[in-house]
Design a protein around this ligand. Structure first.
Ligand code: 5GP
Ligand code: MN
Length: 338
């Protein structure tokens, strides 16, 4: 994003505008935090702002300031479609390809609004007039902070905005420990605490919100954990039946993939989750070091993401998907052992 881009965006927003802000499908802490931070910012500046999420998000995000205003496209598609068609500006946050919005894709492809992308994933698409893409950034939330800074409005960061931004930086950095966490990230966090983000409260709301059934599902995941030591790889499977019998709710499997990655010597961890409703196996990939799960998922599982964290899917059965995965691993034996 250039100084000229910022100047043009500021000029565009000189008078009140209709702004729509969209996160990716199955939004996480960074997607909800970044969209709501921008929502509060532009609302304060007098615009008509709506966050439209492709679908529902987990209960552990149902406290974030402003989340009660989020329109869900899948259950409120008529209202959402009208709002999108009438928008002057559409911000797309924490994703960089329309396909990441699921069924909203065809609508977004044909609207006339000016698009602004703020995102930190690899291989951004070119749909936006204004693109702020930086794959080195810890989170889209950190980028929203820098964006507000570029607009000379840091003084407008309220406790609500600080809370939203803090949330997404915290969740996308694994609580400030991933490689993408820089000294700048910590400076931003320090400023957010000064501006009213309650770090302990936010951490507790996200990480101390377990239910008994979620913990029991985690027990099943651990029972199903397998290690492929010749590839320094660990994987977990969860079938639809296992989810159902542990009263699975959206978000319950968040973070399970990291259990595999916490084993000594493991540098590649995967979780395969059966979704009978969508007829797919949803896959999460995590790695440490040189092995790119973004490339791996792009090449074999119709997905993508970041170097060390990516997602993908398979249309095969759970057991066929795992068999296929193990057979693909042979091609990567060397890099997984380096
Ligand atoms: P998660 O495994 O937590 O769902 O996702 C890890 C990262 O990969 C996130 O940054 C997420 O946005 C991205 N991601 C997840 N699923 C997909 C997918 O199907 N396609 C692409 N391109 N990225 C994904
Ligand atoms: Mn993110």
């Amino acid at each position: 994003m250039t100084a000229k881009d910022i100047k043009e965006i500021k000029e565009l927003l000189h008078t009140p505008k209709k702004i729509i802000i969209i996160p990716h499908k199955n939004p996480d802490g960074d997607a909800i935090g970044s969209t709501l931070a921008l929502y509060h910012y532009y609302k304060q500046k007098g615009h008509l702002v709506t966050v439209i999420s492709p679908n529902e998000y987990p209960d552990f995000l149902k406290w974030v300031p402003g989340e009660e205003t989020i329109v869900k496209y899948d259950s409120q598609s008529k209202n959402a479609t009208t709002k999108i068609q009438e928008a002057d500006l559409i911000f797309t946050l924490d994703f960089n390809h329309f396909s990441r919005t699921g069924t909203m894709e065809s609508l977004l492809k044909k609207v006339n609004a000016i698009f602004v992308m703020i995102d930190h994933h690899q291989q951004p698409d070119t749909y936006a007039k204004y693109t702020y893409s930086d794959t080195q950034m810890s989170s889209t939330c950190q980028m929203v902070y820098h964006f507000i800074d570029m607009c000379d409005d840091l003084a407008l960061i309220s406790p609500e905005i600080a809370t939203c931004i803090y949330l997404g930086i915290m969740t996308d950095t694994g609580s400030f420990r991933f490689r993408s966490t820089t000294s700048t990230t910590h400076s931003v966090i320090a400023d957010l605490i000064d501006k009213g983000a309650d770090n302990t409260a936010i951490h507790e709301k996200i990480y101390d919100s377990n239910t008994m059934s979620r913990l029991q599902l985690q027990g099943v995941a651990l029972q199903n954990l397998r290690v492929l030591s010749e590839y320094n790889t660990a994987y977990i499977t969860l079938s639809q039946q296992e989810l159902d019998s542990n009263r699975y709710k959206k978000g319950d499997t968040e973070g399970f993939v990291n259990l595999g990655l916490s084993i000594q010597g493991i540098t590649f961890a995967v979780i395969f989750i059966e979704n009978k409703n969508e007829g797919i196996i949803k896959i999460s990939f995590r790695s440490k070091g040189a092995f790119s799960v973004n490339e791996f998922s792009r090449n074999h599982f119709e997905g993508g993401g970041h170097h060390n964290a990516a997602g993908g899917k398979s249309n095969d059965s759970l057991s066929d998907t795992v068999d296929n995965f193990i057979s693909i691993l042979t091609q990567y034996k060397e890099v997984l052992n380096s």
